[in-house]
Design a protein. Structure first.
Length: 100
């Protein structure tokens, strides 16, 4: 009977140790996981506001439509509020205009 009691105490000690280790790992993971960062850039002019990410996405979509799977290595976007347009150059060869 003493062996069963000793085994039970040992099992409880192992269970407590495992739970504590799991809690420590969970806490470490929470601390090491960076908070999600949100960055947005807008251009405001007159009564308009344009989200730059939308302009970039539209330029990428136009490039993919025209060039299929070709990779985008360099993307340059020029916003010209006075013309109500954005111009883009992709990989120094593909150009286009987006109306804002």
């Amino acid at each position: 009977m003493a062996k069963k009691a000793t085994a039970k105490k040992a099992a409880q000690a192992v269970d407590t140790t495992v739970k504590a280790a799991a809690q420590a790992v969970e806490t470490a993971v929470k601390k090491s996981t960076p908070a999600k960062k949100v960055e947005e850039v807008f251009v405001q002019y007159g009564e308009k506001e344009v989200k730059i990410a939308a302009v970039v996405d539209a330029a990428k979509a136009a490039f993919k439509e025209a060039n299929g799977r070709k990779a985008i290595k360099v993307l340059q976007v020029y916003v010209k509020p006075e013309e109500n347009a954005a111009y883009y150059v992709i990989n120094s060869e593909f150009t286009g205009k987006l109306d804002l």
